[in-house]
Design a binder for this molecule. Structure first.
Ligand code: ATP
Length: 249
C-alpha cells in the first residue's frame, strides 16, 4: 500500500507495512502482529520518542556488550522484519553475532530469517544444535556457538520465561521491550524501554561514540530498577498531562 509521507501517522503505518511484508515472506507469525499491537499501544502512551531512561539503558547495554567475552544478539521474526539492516550493522560494530531464536520455531522459518539478515553481511547462527535446560518451548533451541556459550545476550521483543532462564544460566540479559510492566522488562539486567525501531539506531550511535576507558564507569553508574521506575512514572506523567489538557475549560 502507498502511504503518503504527509500522513500524521506515517512512521507507524510504514512500520506496520514492514511487519505485514515480513509476514508474507514467512518471517513473521500472526502472533507477532498481535505482539506488535501491544508494543504500539505502550509507545503511543509514552509519546513515541526515546526518553532519557531509554537512552541511558541503551548506553549501558552497549557498554556491557563491548565488555563481554561472548556477546550475542538474539533475533526473532518481528526484529528481522523491522530492523534487519540496522541490527546487522550493530552486530558488526559490537562484534556480537546474530542468532535466530524463535518461539514459533520451524527450520524453514529460521533459515528464511537468517537469509534476510545475511543480506546485510552479518554473521548469523541458526544451527539449533543445542538446548537450554529449563525451557519447555522452542526458545530452548539454541546454537552451540552462540547463546549457549554467551555471557551477555541482547534479547529484543522477548518473552519473560526465556529471559528468566537465560539469567538462571548465568548470562547477563539486555531486553528491548517498550512495555516496562512486562515480566521481560522486570527480569532483565538492562531493560531498554523503547521502540526497537529507535533503540537499535540509538545503540549504533552509542557504540560509535563510547570510549573504551569509560565503559566500566557507565556500568557502575547504571541502576536498572531506577530506569524501570522512571519509565512507569513517564506513563503516569504523560497520562496526567493529557488528562489536564482535556480538563481545561
Ligand atoms: P512477558 O512474558 O515479558 O510479560 P509477553 O510474553 O506477554 O511478555 P510477547 O507477547 O512475547 O510478551 O510480546 C513481546 C513484547 O514486545 C510485548 O511486551 C510488547 O510490548 C513488546 N513490543 C512489541 N513490539 C515492539 C517494538 N516494536 N519495540 C519494542 N517493544 C515491542
Amino acid at each position: 500500500m502507498e502511504i503518503p509521507k504527509s500522513h500524521p501517522r506515517y512512521l507507524s503505518l510504514i512500520t506496520r507495512e514492514k511487519l505485514v511484508s515480513g509476514f508474507k515472506k514467512g518471517l513473521v507469525v500472526p502472533e507477532g502482529l498481535i505482539a506488535h499491537g501491544r508494543g504500539e499501544c505502550f509507545d503511543y502512551i509514552l509519546g513515541e520518542k526515546s526518553h532519557d531512561f531509554a537512552l541511558e539503558a541503551e548506553k549501558a547495554a552497549v557498554a556491557l556488550m563491548l565488555l563481554a567475552d561472548h556477546p550475542v544478539i538474539s533475533v526473532n521474526g518481528n526484529t528481522a522484519a523491522l530492523v534487519a539492516e540496522e541490527i546487522s550493522e550493530l552486530s558488526k560494530i559490537l562484534k556480537a553475532p546474530l542468532e535466530v531464536n524463535l518461539f514459533h520455531w520451524s527450520r524453514e522459518r529460521a533459515e528464511a530469517i537468517a537469509k534476510e539478515l545475511e543480506k546485510f553481511g552479518a554473521v548469523v547462527y541458526c544451527k539449533g544444535d543445542a538446548e537450554l535446560e529449563g525451557i519447555e518451548h522452542s526458545r530452548r533451541i539454541v546454537d552451540s556457538r552462540g547463546i549457549l556459550k554467551a555471557d551477555v545476550v541482547l534479547v529484543p521483543l522477548e518473552d519473560g520465561d526465556r529471559c528468566e532462564i537465560l539469567r538462571r544460566h548465568g548470562k547477563k540479559v539486555i531486553a528491548i521491550d517498550i512495555n516496562p510492566l512486562s515480566r521481560t522488562s522486570r527480569m532483565a539486567d538492562v531493560s531498554i524501554v523503547d521502540n526497537i525501531i529507535r533503540a537499535i539506531p540509538n545503540m549504533i550511535k552509542f557504540a560509535k561514540e563510547l570510549k573504551k576507558e569509560n565503559l566500566e564507569e557507565v556500568i557502575r553508574n547504571y541502576d536498572n530498577r531506577k530506569i524501570l521506575m522512571k519509565a512507569v512514572l513517564a506513563i503516569r506523567d504523560n497520562l496526567t498531562k493529557i488528562a489536564g489538557e482535556l480538563n481545561v475549560g
